[in-house]
Design a protein around this ligand. Sequence first.
Ligand code: B3K
Ligand code: ZN
Length: 884
Amino acid sequence: MSQSSSIEENNEQVIEKNPQEKHLADYQPSDFLVDSLDLEFDLYDQNTVVKATSQVKRVGGDNSPLALFGEQLNLRSLRVNQQTFENYKLVEGGIELVELPEQFILEIETEINPLDNKAFEGLYKSGDAFCTQCEAEGFRRITYYLDRPDVLAKFSTKISADKQLYPSLLSNGNRVEQGDLDNGRHYVKWVDPFPKPAYLFALVAGDFDCLRDTFVTKSGRTVDLELFVDKGNLDKTAHAMLSLKNAMKWDETRFNLEYDLDIYMIVAVDFFNMGAMENKGLNVFNSKFVLANSQSATDQDYLGIEAVIGHEYFHNWTGNRITCRDWFQLSLKEGLTVFRDQEFSSDMGSRPVNRIANVKVMRNHQFAEDAGPMSHPIRPASVMEMNNFYTVTVYDKGSEVIRMLHTLLGEQKFQQGMGLYVERHDGQAVTCDDFVAAMTDASGIDLTLFKRWYSQSGTPQINISDHFDASTNSYQLTFKQKNLPTADQKKKEPLHIPVDIELLDAQGNALDLGNAQLTKVISLTQKEQTFVFKGLSEKPVPCLFRGFSAPVKYTYGYSDEQLLHLMRFASDEFSRWDAGQTLFNKYLVSNVLLKQQGQAFTLPTLFVDAFKSVLLNDQLDPALIADMFEFISESGAMELFDCVDIEALHEARNYIIKTLATSLQSDFVTLYHQHHVAGEYQPNSADIGQRKLANCAIAYIAKSDKTLANELVLKQIEDSNNMTVHLGALQAANSGKLACRDAVMADFDDKWFENGLVMDKWFALQASLSSDSVLANIEALFAHRSFDYSNPNRLRALVGTFVNANSYYFHAIDGSGYRFLTDQLIKLNSQNPQVAARLITPLIQFKRLDKTRIELIKSQLQRLLAIDDLSLDLYEKVSKALAQ
Ligand code: B3K
Ligand code: ZN
């Protein structure tokens, strides 16, 4: 790959400009618009013919050429106003047409090869079915087109295919025509009445089972709901359908948004790069987020399905009806839609448990991204490969930014803002600025400063100190805000940070913060600010950033006693959990230091007592108790250090967990027996919480009394009537390396080897085994009867779990983990660069490692850089990592 670079002055920052980078600042509206696009597909495995007829008009740029994007296409013919047209040239990434009339009909015929498309972008085959994935820039692999989100056209789609092999021919909108053709073929024509960008186009052809249902909208329209799955999977569709109906109802109730078409279809496919895709009226889903029954899916799978079904459904308004002007605005739809799906899950289930799960994503993944070579604001300013920006920053931090707006405005004003946003922009392609403007105008709240969150990357660090003056009964809280430079941006400004606080007295009661308010949201807007609370008779324990009110790292010199106080008395259950996490992290860091100084690990009695009181608190939701015992991951914990000692971190973390397991063994055993749910499987919050706590307990028992745990595991498997309980036992056997481990793993394999999705759980267990032989096992498992290297789910389960969740072995000092991952990336680079670029993450986030490991990693990155046809997806990440 050839590179050249020039230096450009940009504000005060000197930024090296890579020619392959596209910049937000360079946005130009299109000189041409498309009123309608009529597509005809003649489907064949290796030579599908696509006829695209569009009505195009010039809206700007006097004589500029019409530049259409196109990749991997074989052009068969091109006509303008019914005449063969020759004023075009094929260029890198597309085609350029010149000397065009102001308004014209453009007909393009291309041929494509879906069978050979293993990148799963554009039209491809998933098993026996044809399906598409067009976001972000996949439509250009189907035909030459203005494949950009601000070009909205009315689509119609006619699909012809073999009738026996492909009885279902699906696309966006409403079915308007169908019939038989010669040679055993048939066709269906679809018309989508809503103008849309090409990334929302979808086509599916296959032989499916279908679950049908209906939903009556609040205005009384009946919508047909159709869920297509591979033959034989109908018994795994009920939960997805229920989730869809719940999502439709919830969006009407909470957001006042109603579905618009007469039909909503979801198709589950096995080969899919991500979770799912919100194509208008025809969602395509990774089967992982559709298929579930009690035998094959865990509680977590059920919750994941509810969240993703909700997410894609909510996109119908936040994404489809109102879309993005350009891809830099991705968080406009993704951050907002993640916020909406998080709220949906919280309203359907436990709010604190959901909040904890959201915050874990931030702390275990997003903070590291923000501190690494791919650091970017939620609205990136420059991008090489758009697929690289479907990130935890754009999605999850994006959602945190929306959540802060919600905190600052309150539900009522926030919903007024949403209403105004929809009223103003329905049918348009807009920007994040437009969204914030609607929020500002509806609420009357000035968000000028707040908007920095959209353009500034990095995790703010907030240091908090306090002072109590007994003579004046006043309490001062001082906040210092630090925004360190990141890989993409040197200069930083203070951000507008909402801090939700509560002050607790010695008895654990919340103090009056004025006007009988027991909690309060204060706004930080400067580098340093002090807030004074009057009329307090004692120094309180401050509960800060309740509910994780801002995506920041914060420190306050909490004593152990204060943390214990918060764990007991904070009114916000999230904050109780958070205090437990802070306590854990504090002793994780101190024990790592002890180890480095050659001293023995140690924990104070108070530490164990604090967690014991959690186990004994029968007022707490069992799910929350289980969460209190799930600590920051080893890779997430790297963020707690400037330079991390991998061995010491691993040992210290194990030591603390083992100490809790041993000291609280009898309590875990009691809880285990109390929370074992008998009877029919129900995926409701109460039962889910019980199973979660029982599985947590058995995992801890497996770390203290192996004989007892072995017995319990075998019995649990024998008695289990659902996957959650079965897998919980397996996890305990695997993480505790119990005597029965190999046998129960082999039994599971025998039982489930034909079900790839279930086997992913087994592959993930294999990959997370804490053993010197783990890597050799993984290499051998590539040949396992259930493994398929071209299936992204299998790869994520085996390779992804190892590199992300088995940090200690991934970072082995002999470099074997790094070499292994690089080998896989080289294999994947040409086949599926998108999946490769996702798997590389732990290899580029190396700045907190020691010199030896950094050198080992860099030499692997150099190896990647040297391969002939390195994809832009990998090049962007590798080059940024090496530039660090
Ligand atoms: N919008 C899709 C993601 C597309 C990713 C393209 N690489 C799924 C979602 O966020 O709902
Ligand atoms: Zn989304």
